[in-house]
Design a protein around this ligand. Structure first.
Ligand code: PLP
Length: 294
């Protein structure tokens, strides 16, 4: 197939028009990683998803910091492109014409002859996609969640692209009519969602599982904690057994693409009276305002 035809086909299929690779913006159909790439062959790869609002990339510094830290943890050297104040993300988002959307970045191990311990030069690539962040009406409809025993590895604090367990968990949730999986660790503790962090509200106090290797240190959660303090709310980091979650006044999940999203039912059981809770909705409004100024 000619390049022009390949590009036309990708454009029609809803892919981005452009990608960024090693300092250059290229047509999406021309962006390449090798079939020998260690991210592809071994899952040696970390990624980030950043919010874009009013045409601006938000929360770049904490997302880039997490990618640099994740890269170091899996032995990849982070390129200078990941400096907190890099301008290329804004250039890519502008060229793609995204007003509201998501910027996807991946640092992948790079190409080397296939051997577990081979070393290669990591490659960074990115693309931007339109995305509608949930509005008040969407938040009021909330999500349904389903608990599934943990299937993933022991470094869930790293945002690697080894996402097959997440896909299987989300499929299991969907098969039960739910929108998101909630991972259950040892002793039936709820750790996080398939692509979100989780929090509950008890008598006005926000509780989320402790930071550590069991869950991702979500950027949305970190931003929410700052917003909560400004609103005078207390946030605690405590283990949340499934029974505590089901008995909570409110449950919500947090992620870049969702911001704050109420969970109305877990495993078919209504949380409180089964409607979006007031603390989650207040936090969602405040976080949306913080995002718009971030
Ligand atoms: N936990 C997991 C497993 C995720 O995949 C994600 C986001 O994709 C999150 C939490 C939320 O992280 P963030 O707020 O940085 O998007």
């Amino acid at each position: 197939m000619s390049r022009a035809r390949a590009r036309a086909r990708l454009a029609m299929a809803g892919f981005p028009k452009l990608a960024w690779q090693a300092g250059t913006i290229v047509p999406f159909a021309d962006a390449r990683v090798s079939v020998a790439d260690r991210g592809l062959l071994f899952g040696e790869s970390v990624y980030e998803v950043l919010p874009v609002t009013a045409g601006r990339v938000r929360w770049q510094a904490p997302h880039f910091a997490r990618m640099r830290e994740g890269a170091a943890a899996i032995g990849l050297e982070a390129p200078a492109w990941l400096d907190a104040d890099a301008h290329w993300p804004a250039a890519l988002v502008g060229a793609e014409g995204i007003d509201e959307g998501l910027l996807y970045l991946q640092l992948t191990g790079g190409a080397a002859p296939r051997a577990h311990l081979a070393r290669a030069t990591p490659e960074l690539f990115a693309f931007a996609m339109p995305h509608a962040f949930p509005d008040a009406a969407r938040r009021a409809r909330g999500l349904l969640a389903r608990c599934v025993p943990e299937l993933r590895w022991h470094r869930r604090d790293l945002k690697t692209t080894m996402l097959l367990p997440s896909i299987l968990g989300k499929r299991a949730a969907l098969a039960d009519g739910a929108d998101e999986v909630l991972w259950l660790g040892a002793d039936d503790h709820v750790l996080e969602g398939g692509s979100s962090n989780v929090a509950i509200v008890e008598r006005g106090v926000v509780v989320t599982p402790p930071a550590g290797p069991e869950r991702l240190p979500g950027i949305t959660l970190a931003q929410l904690e700052q917003v909560a303090v400004r609103l005078g709310l207390t946030v605690r980091h405590e283990a949340i057994p499934r029974a505590r979650l089901l008995a909570a006044d409110e449950v919500f999940v947090l992620a870049t693409s969702l911001l704050v999203m109420p969970v109305l039912r877990v495993d078919g059981t209504a949380i409180a009276d089964g409607v979006a809770g007031p603390v989650a909705l207040r936090l969602a409004d405040a976080l949306a305002a913080a995002l718009a100024s971030g």
